[in-house]
Write a protein that binds this ligand. Structure first.
Ligand code: NDP
Ligand code: GDR
Length: 323
């Protein structure tokens, strides 16, 4: 039985990846940071019905010893490094923490693997945010990076360190440059979930408005369940490389918002307000990925379209609020 070690297992992608790997017959070990809310922290895993099928161990990205001991004990074949301070807006408020966790944390994990299990295959969760002020449209593996937030700068460091460990130590280390991917398990602070959750509340008479920031920003949104499969596919290749994972379709925040209001049979203009306080110090205006390499080499293509994603997220939020 193959063993997979996942950091960030309590997050959106960790939950879907656990479900996917269990389906492939893996033993799944997840690193969870100590929390005073440990009773609720496994909610996403519980929602997918996988909490009882995985092994959770305590560790923290800022603590090399804890990571080394876990890698020594469980001897993973594959390591999926997903943990991060992942909310871009927060990265301006906590730039040092974001650098420590999202940037240096990846190196700490790479070190743990290099020390205790160098033959393990390693996946780094890189991000389309690294393209930032985009230098070309659409963005592919060869597009130059131009990070626009402390988060993106930290991810870029982690990205190049992953490349460096591959080239310096011959580790099988790949970076997936994933564009935005969402699901009913998306954190409530991200724009898609903020929209579906609030529209569900409007539908149920619990609030009468939705406040947003920059509605003109364009993103390439896919479904998290599709994207975790791409992570796995990267680690099944003989040679480790980096891949862009995206749908190829871009839409504004307004477009997504309208889809959700339409799905709820409500008129968007009656409810949406904007608040300049939600604008970011520097914005990533346009992301659109070119995942041709992933299609060619991994046989991977996004399956879920934006309309279905919006409808699934809204339905889940309505059900949760009713339940
Ligand atoms: P989430 O924010 O949902 O999950 C982040 C995870 O990291 C959580 O499990 C969190 O634990 C954990 N974590 C945070 N700090 C630490 C720490 N110091 N030690 C150990 N664990 C920690 O992110 P997603 O699932 O959406 O994304 C997964 C990864 O992919 C992230 O690295 C993200 O930056 C990256 N990414 C995401 C994209 C997306 O659209 N979703 C696109 C491109 C990249 P806790 O539950 O305790 O908070
Ligand atoms: P992003 O996701 O920054 O792309 O990072 P987010 O959903 O936070 O923002 C997307 C766009 O929507 C605009 N926006 C708002 N955003 C939020 N959160 N709340 C609002 O009210 C709002 N109004 C407008 C933002 O300005 C932005 O342009 C996500 C994270 O998952 C990262 O970890 C990951 O690396 C990237 O996607 C790819």
């Amino acid at each position: 039985m193959k063993v997979a070690l996942i950091t960030g297992i309590t997050g959106q992608d960790g939950a879907y990846l656990s479900e996917f790997l269990l389906g492939k017959g893996y033993r799944v070990i997840g690193i969870m940071r100590r929390s005073a809310s440990s009773d609720v922290i496994g909610e996403r895993l519980r929602w997918l019905g996988v909490l009882d099928k995985i092994t959770l161990v305590e560790g923290n990205l800022t603590d090399l010893g804890s990571l080394v001991r876990i890698v020594q004990e469980y001897r993973p074949d594959e390591v999926y490094h997903l943990a991060a301070q992942s909310f871009v807006a927060t990265s301006w408020q906590q730039p040092s923490l974001t650098g420590l966790v999202t940037g240096l944390g990846a190196v700490t994990m790479l070190e743990a693997v290099r020390i205790a299990r160098p033959q393990a295959r390693f996946y780094q969760a890189s991000s389309s945010e690294m393209f930032g002020k985009v230098q070309a449209v659409p963005q592919s593996e060869t597009t130059p990076f131009y990070p626009r937030s402390p988060y993106a700068a930290a991810k870029l460091y982690a990205h190049w360190m992953t490349v460096n460990y591959r080239e310096s130590f011959g580790m099988h280390a790949s970076s997936g440059i994933l564009f935005n991917h969402e699901s009913p398990l998306r954190g409530i602070e991200f724009v898609t979930r903020r929209i579906t959750h609030t529209v569900a509340r409007i539908k149920l008479g619990l609030t009468d408005h939705l406040t947003l920031g920059n509605m003109m920003a364009k993103r390439d949104w896919g479904h998290a369940r599709d994207y975790v499969e791409a992570m796995w596919l990267m680690l099944q290749q003989d040679i480790a490389e980096d891949y862009v994972i995206a749908t190829g379709r871009t839409a504004t925040v307004t477009d997504f918002c309208r889809l959700v209001f339409d799905a709820a049979d409500l008129v968007m203009e009656d409810y949406v307000r904007t608040d300049p306080a939600l604008l970011r110090p520097a914005e990533v205006e346009l992301l659109q990925g070119d995942a041709a390499k992933a299609a060619r080499q991994l046989g991977w293509n996004a399956r879920v379209g934006l309309e279905d994603l919006a409808a699934e997220m809204l339905a889940a939020d309505i059900n949760r609020l009713r339940g």
